[in-house]
Design a protein around this ligand. Structure first.
Ligand code: NAI
Length: 319
């Protein structure tokens, strides 16, 4: 099968750069990957080859090409120019440090053309923070994945105030094409949505655990065996819709309860108490020792892969 020929440039070959490379190759794009550290490119290519093989062996490989064909679409290069030149989309995946992002974007901008989508994986920086002075700033957008992107398909698409609406549309289209689930923000907001929701939860978890109300194992069960069971299939809003006779009825029934419980919430600590942090870490390490983190991550990825198959099957059922 021939590649669809469009070139995707990946800048930074760490965890997220590798994931994007695999996602784009799975959709038959030519992928060119660059890293300031040449050793990282070598490691990334070896890792990608192994991951694609493992996915194929387990029947989890995306797209229509086999693992070998997908791998053949990915090429490591040693200059940024080879990534940026004539790319349809450049996905920046350099470390989460504002100065590093600014420098990487200045370098990309100097080589950029006017028809390319320039997309950043940043988890925390709104795009205006690092694109304001770029010549091609109207082409830059944030496409923030959730880890691990191969199994958790959400992509948050966040334009800067000056991002061209056409770039927003094209980004959404290509992310859908590679099998991700894009959500488009009307404007930038700190923390985007994933981290706003995640931090709201972690804040409440912190209070419940440090006040001795629930231990670490039990608070995590509240999500993994409770709320998370639903949230794997329905969002919080549809959950409310189904838990009453529609959303209007839910608000009529539960507004007072929601208000009084919410009034009990506390602000996040300005600084995390060291002893409390150590105690939470102690309980977590009793569940998963530090030398077993990678094993547990592999298990998590397998769970998510199987869940994504179930979600697909259940979505078909609802159609
Ligand atoms: P990482 O640290 O695993 O990889 C970053 C890579 O970029 C390294 O290989 C480094 O050598 C390279 N690099 C540094 N400066 C560079 C430059 N100027 N040009 C080219 N390569 C350069 O980082 P990771 O985890 O892959 O994260 C990348 C981005 O994705 C960050 O902005 C991060 O916040 C975001 N992200 C990370 C997630 C995660 O769970 N790891 C999830 C979602 C987004």
């Amino acid at each position: 099968m021939s590649s669809n020929k469009k070139k995707i440039g990946i800048v930074g070959s760490g965890l997220i750069g590798r994931s994007f490379a695999m996602l784009f190759a799975g959709a038959n794009y030519n992928v060119v990957i660059y890293d300031v550290d040449q050793n990282q490119i070598k490691n990334a290519l070896a890792d990608i080859k192994q991951q694609l093989k493992m996915l194929e062996e387990n029947g989890l490989l995306r797209g229509k090409l086999n693992a070998q064909q997908q791998f053949a679409l990915i090429k490591g290069v040693n200059s940024l120019e080879e990534v940026v030149k004539n790319a349809y989309l450049v996905q920046e995946c350099v470390p989460e440090n504002l100065e590093t992002k600014k420098k990487a974007w200045r370098d990309i901008d100097a080589l950029a053309g006017s028809n390319t989508i320039y997309s950043s994986s940043t988890s925390a920086f709104v795009p205006s923070l690092f694109t304001k002075d770029l010549k091609h700033r109207q082409n830059v957008i944030v496409s923030h994945p959730i880890n691990p992107p191969y199994y958790a398909p959400l992509i948050e698409i966040i334009p800067a105030p000056w991002t061209d609406p056409e770039i927003v549309k094209k980004t959404r289209t290509i992310m859908t094409e590679i099998g991700q689930t894009p959500v488009t923000f009307s404007k930038e907001i700190v923390g985007f949505a994933i981290n706003r929701l995640q931090y709201a939860l972690l804040n409440e978890v912190w209070h419940l655990v440090t006040e001795g109300i629930l231990n670490v194992e039990d608070i995590d069960k509240v999500m993994s065996d409770g709320l998370g069971m639903r949230y794997a299939f329905l969002g919080p809003l549809e959950t409310t819709h189904l838990n009453a006779e529609g959303f209007v009825n839910y608000c009529e029934r539960y507004a007072d309860t929601m208000h009084s419980v919410s009034e009990d919430f506390k602000p996040p600590p300005a600084k995390y108490d060291e002893h409390k942090v150590k105690e939470i870490a102690r309980q977590l390490e009793a569940m998963v020792p530090l030398d077993k983190l990678q094993e547990r991550r592999n298990w998590r990825d397998l769970c998510l892969a199987k869940l994504s198959l179930l979600k697909k099957e259940m979505q078909e059922e609802w159609k």
